[in-house]
Design a protein around this ligand. Sequence first.
Ligand code: SF4
Ligand code: SF4
Ligand code: SF4
Length: 258
Amino acid sequence: MTTKKAMLIDLTLCVGCNACQEACKTENKLPEGEEHSLSATAYTALNEYDGTYVRRMCQHCVDPTCASVCPVGAFDKLASGPVLYDESKCIGCRYCMQACPFQVPRYQWSSTYPKVMKCKFCADRQAKGLQPACTEACPSGATKFGNRDDLVREAYDRIKAEPEKYVNKVYGVDEVGGTSILYISSVPFEQLGFKTNLQSTALPMLTWNVLSKIPNIVSVGGVMLYGIWWITNRRKDVQKVEKELLEKRGNGNHSSMN
Ligand code: SF4
Ligand code: SF4
Ligand code: SF4
């Protein structure tokens, strides 16, 4: 059986040094410069809430909805944990952006042929027996890489050892069926921009594969894809609408992977 890998992020230990983002940018050959939101050039980013730093990144869901909706199979969930993403397959339809419960995938708005980008859990490094660049760079032990079962146990042990310090919850154990990125905190998660109303079972697999097998949906799907292609080519208009939608949904600051 494949051992599932994971990352434990202890928010009480993060000092906000940004070494994780710098290491990630170097590893992925992304442009230098500190960024405070996820973007096509920042696969991880820090948000600060009154002195508490929260690392945002792809959660590498056990049952990733991004993979389920992608019509061209650009996402691939490995049994060991990472949700890989092949940008060469991406047609820029942005279904994944709509489907991700953590609003992780980001769009290359400035590119002529925009694609969606996100963290790949340093799967190449993991395949060589190395840990992700960001966990290796973390100087305070706030981010730890290891086997998911061990890290879940360790997270609960830390809470049990210092119940006055930690909130009694390991975020990511149950959310949408479980994720590979786990968090513990001294501040209630809802005060740190985490979605705390997510269901504990995997989201319904509203997959393109399933939809495409339903005759009436095939033609509708084709029309939708054309519509999305057309929209994608009107990036500025879409960007404006998307910002408005995010503002309306209140996702601009407190309920997404900023
Ligand atoms: S957090 Fe979003 S992008 Fe990452 S694996 Fe889960 S559904 Fe996919
Ligand atoms: S796992 Fe790798 S790609 Fe993902 S945030 Fe860390 S360094 Fe970046
Ligand atoms: S490297 Fe570690 S301590 Fe520094 S910001 Fe990232 S998670 Fe926090």
